[in-house]
Design a protein around this ligand. Sequence first.
Ligand code: PLP
Length: 399
Amino acid sequence: MQKPSKMIYMDHAATTAVDPRVVEAMLPYFGTRYGNASSIYGLGQEAAKAIDEARRTVADILACQPREVIFTSCGTESDNLALRGVGWARRNLGKGNHIVTSSIEHHAVSHTCEQLEKHFGFETTYLPVDQHGLVDPDDVGRAIKDNTTLISIMYANNEVGTIEPIAEIGQIAREKGVPFHTDAVQAGGTLGLDVNELNVDLLSLSAHKFYGPKGVGVLYVRQGVPLLPTQTGGGHEHNYRAGTENVPYIVGLATALKIAYEELEANNRRIAALRDRLIEGVLGRIVEVALTGHPTNRLPNSASFVFKYIEGESMLLNLDLAGVCASSGSACGSASLEPSHVLLALGIPHEVAHGSLRLTLGRENTTEDVDYVLEILPGIVQKLRAMSPLYKANVMRKT
Ligand code: PLP
């Protein structure tokens, strides 16, 4: 099949293109409306008003109070602020030093827990997941001790797309009186974010996952949950996060979130149908491949696989040559040869986890894009397996 003239982007879990309507909403705040929101003259107050409106827009979607919304510089910062901010504040109040989290969290959560353990005297329980990547809410209940100060379980996993039973976990956390944080970075823009329905006390979002700009995020903090700022300075963001507000990016985040929830149903329906076509096509055309994550309870845009006898990175390079952007679950970004901690936590053997491929769809993808990938992928897999000594030893000898 001929290489398409346009690039086919299937890595929306990594980032998304900024929606032109979002760019348009942001532009005045780089230009004529450049004021500092803390200044008392008109130009500053115009910026302050834009931030207030953005905060209200986000609060409406989260069904919370505007003052419970903190703007941050990214999803990573939101996760860091939730864990350190609540961890430190509650420990100071004598509410313990034990954190409960899962073994499949993004490093923004897991590495923060590790640092809290190593340098700040915290203790962490990393809960296991089943073969589909689901956390068992009963495990959360059993892990809570007298000194448990915070629970942090992600809403949807970034590598395998599994959606966690957040409302059930939140109910257990509430009954035990422990604050509950969820990293909703991958869920933002596709799943419901009503913090009361979800029973969450803290929730992280990142704009670049829902067609907003990179470098801006949200941390929702339920009123009454103690949080010590980790970044000190001026009294910005209700004293929770010092630093002159990034007005254009905050406006961009709110505009992107509003568009995502206005168009949610139509986009989810269309994209989930493309995802199913992709999953069925891959499983139907290629042998020795398995879907990773939950078969049905997964993000509408997420298709993730492991291919036996192949390195994920080789697949990515070959897909790139054919004009397709995708990603692998392995930690290629850090030049590590270790396979993904998420796939290992799902019980996938080390050598199989190396052959992971994640295809995440988005608004601009079409049926033709999916069919093109289905057309070229079997050939790429066959070519790479033909070069694999393991494949020759295990499969070709049998046939
Ligand atoms: N949490 C999850 C689940 C993610 O997927 C990501 C980004 O990939 C982050 C946190 C970090 O977000 P940001 O890139 O805005 O720092």
